[in-house]
Design a protein around this ligand. Structure first.
Ligand code: ZN
Length: 123
């Protein structure tokens, strides 16, 4: 349950999973978001100040316990949901502009029928 006076969460960082309400900035990309903290971490990795990637905080499967991996997979699943919601909003805008299901399907590499079934909300 959310607090009645808590700001509504709009999106989560696709890297660390923190909601926009818990970070200073959240930058949107195509179906993904990154927070200011993850940008800083990535910059440290790129500029070499964190040492080799193996020494960074980026998790690698070999270094994680089963429990750590199990606690991580809901964040991966949440990213899929977030990316799907972002894709739906792009398709809805294209439909609002009058773009056909054929063109949307072609852009996604699927048939008109598949595009309609996936995004129209109709059966
Ligand atoms: Zn983050």
């Amino acid at each position: 349950m959310t607090q009645p006076d808590a700001p509504a969460e709009l999106a989560r960082c696709s890297f660390c999973g923190k909601p926009d309400t818990k970070v200073d900035k959240l930058v949107a990309g195509p179906g993904a978001y990154i927070c200011n903290e993850c940008v800083a971490l990535a910059a440290s990795i790129i500029d070499g100040s964190l040492g080799s990637p193996a020494k960074s905080r980026v998790p690698v499967w070999e270094s994680l316990t089963d429990g750590e991996m199990l606690s991580h997979i809901p964040r991966v699943a949440a990213h899929i949901d977030q990316a799907e919601a972002d894709l739906r909003s792009w398709v809805q805008e294209l439909r609002r502009r009058g773009v056909t299901w054929i063109k949307i399907g072609e852009a996604l590499g699927i048939t008109r029928q598949s595009a309609w079934e996936r995004f129209s909300g109709k059966e």
